[in-house]
Design a protein around this ligand. Structure first.
Ligand code: IMP
Ligand code: MG
Length: 180
């Protein structure tokens, strides 16, 4: 049973879905009449992305990118690598990067600089979670679901060593799981 490794549920499935509806309403307001390229950052943002886009009554295009900045541990190496890029031009497009969590900020600040060079019409960051206390580089999410304290979280796309992504809630992992 996967929930045996969980210390507590931090944000439950209902709260997640309610917040996503609010975020979608804000995006609809901001992008009304525009088309938007939404870039899902694999793999962590996949679950959030799928729920968010289905709430959006907008002209949305899907893109998927894969980057790696973490090893198997719980802290960022600071080094970002593009594992899979997109091959759609972004020039003059409204682009939204969809990410699971902003932690050190390394991944998104790197991605932002990279995508900015492709001359989008606009470029925004939409993240389900934000851990501002862990920031190492200055970075602000334009759309943020929940601001959370510094605890290692799993579920709803977030993993520890590729596990727990399919939990329906955002959960605090028992520290003994990653301390052993
Ligand atoms: P950053 O580059 O340090 O901001 O790291 C962002 C990435 O680290 C996210 O896309 C997640 O994959 C991962 N990450 C950060 N905090 C957590 C967490 O609490 N649980 C699971 N993954 C995390
Ligand atoms: Mg991850």
């Amino acid at each position: 049973m996967m929930y045996e490794d969980i210390e507590s549920v931090l944000i439950d499935r209902n709260a997640i879905q309610a917040r996503i509806k609010e975020m979608a309403a804000q995006l609809e307001k901001d992008y009304r009449g525009e088309s938007v390229v939404m870039i899902c950052i694999l793999r962590g943002a996949s679950v959030f992305f799928c729920d968010l886009v289905r709430e959006l009554d907008l002209d949305v295009r899907f893109e998927f990118m894969s980057v790696s900045s973490y090893g198997a541990g719980t802290t960022s190496s600071g080094e970002v690598r593009i594992v899979k890029d997109i091959n759609t031009p972004l020039a003059d497009r409204n682009v939204i990067i969809v990410e699971d969590i902003i932690d050190s900020g390394n991944t998104l600040s790197y991605l932002k600089r990279l995508l900015e060079q492709r001359n989008p019409k606009s470029l925004k960051i939409c993240a389900l979670l934000d851990k501002p206390s862990r920031r190492k580089v200055e970075l602000k999410g334009d759309y943020v679901g929940f601001t959370v304290e510094d605890k290692f979280l799993v579920g709803y796309g977030l993993d520890y060593a590729e596990k727990y992504r399919n939990l329906k809630d955002i959960c605090v992992l028992k520290p003994e799981i990653y301390q052993k």
